[in-house]
Design a protein around this ligand. Structure first.
Ligand code: GLN
Length: 299
């Protein structure tokens, strides 16, 4: 075949591939992609992920329309990431939390439904006209602090994190959602820094709480892609944050105030014991929607 014939043949193939794509409905295109993801995710989850990707990345909900070149080429790149267990939220850079869309990237955890339950509990603790001072420790994407600031417009919400990258994400989310929160870079485990902080009516946190020995059982999407700084406490003790919270609360909880923190379900009793050993009025462990110990509430 001479060069010209070869070139013409290539053009013809490209034209027919493009033509075929344009005449293919998205619904059919999705059906063709599912088997590619299914070996990793199973058919149901594969379909869900593709739908989330289409909706959150391309704003497409209606699958009864022709497939576009943008969808098809974008998918080739992102499918490779999904096959490496990258969570779809990092690919679309969007996560839905407590009625709001948040920007997320790999410097923050993807907010979980269990943490929505923590936010709900905190909101119920106050009435909408109260003006509590709130501190969120290890704010990450800002999901807790921002949701509280929006639900309790009179609240004064401060949030700290050790990670500058996380603080940038939290600030972006606060700006996007019109939430007023005060962000500070701080290593909460360093007690010498606590004097910079006043007292609060609510101290809330979803700290890193995964024990190192749990790493082997963790899903690849979490262990390979989410920030270890937000999952594993810096020291070997998985309860270090709760020990520090119990100490911090002694001098930084206003009268009538509360501490609420997400916990590792494997350490419900141990976490409660830390607060019970201090002079707090009452400590309770609250279960999540799966019936697992998930929140410690201290008053
Ligand atoms: N809930 C997260 C997980 O299961 C962990 C969050 C945390 O360490 N605070 O992966």
């Amino acid at each position: 075949m001479d060069i010209n014939t070869c070139h013409r043949a290539k053009l013809t193939i490209a034209y027919y591939t493009y033509w075929h794509l344009c005449t293919m409905l998205l619904k059919e295109w999705v059906d063709l992609q599912i088997p590619l993801l299914a070996p990793v995710y199973g058919i149901r989850e594969a379909r869900n992920i593709i739908k989330v990707w289409l909706e959150d990345k391309h704003g497409i909900r209606n699958l009864q329309q022709p497939t576009t070149q943008a969808v098809s080429t974008g998918w080739q790149l992102d499918m490779a990431k999904l096959l490496q267990f990258e969570p779809v939220q990092y690919i679309t850079q969007k996560a839905f939390f407590f009625d709001h869309w948040l920007y997320v990237d790999k410097s923050v955890l993807i907010p979980r439904p269990e943490t929505e339950e923590l936010v709900q509990l905190a909101i119920q603790h106050f009435n909408s006209s109260s003006s509590p001072h709130i501190l969120d420790i290890g704010t990450g994407s800002g999901c807790i602090a921002i949701s509280l600031a929006l639900a309790l417009p009179r609240a004064k919400v401060s949030a700290i994190d050790i990670s500058f990258g996380a603080l940038e994400v939290a600030q972006l989310n606060a700006d996007n959602l019109g939430a007023s929160i005060h962000l500070m870079e701080m290593d909460f485990l360093d007690e010498r820094l606590w004097q910079q902080l006043p007292s609060f009516d609510l101290i809330i946190s979803n700290p890193p709480y995964i024990a190192l020995q749990e790493a082997a059982q963790m899903e690849k999407n979490v262990i390979d892609h989410e920030p270890h700084l937000a999952l594993f406490p810096k020291y070997i003790d998985p309860l270090i944050f709760y020990r520090k919270l119990a100490q911090f609360g002694k001098n930084h909880l206003s009268p009538g105030g509360a501490i609420m923190a997400e916990i590792n379900s494997a350490f419900g009793n141990e976490t409660a014991a830390i607060f019970k050993a201090e002079a707090y009025q009452a400590t309770s462990i609250i279960k999540d929607m799966h019936g697992k110990d998930r929140i410690v509430k201290v008053i």
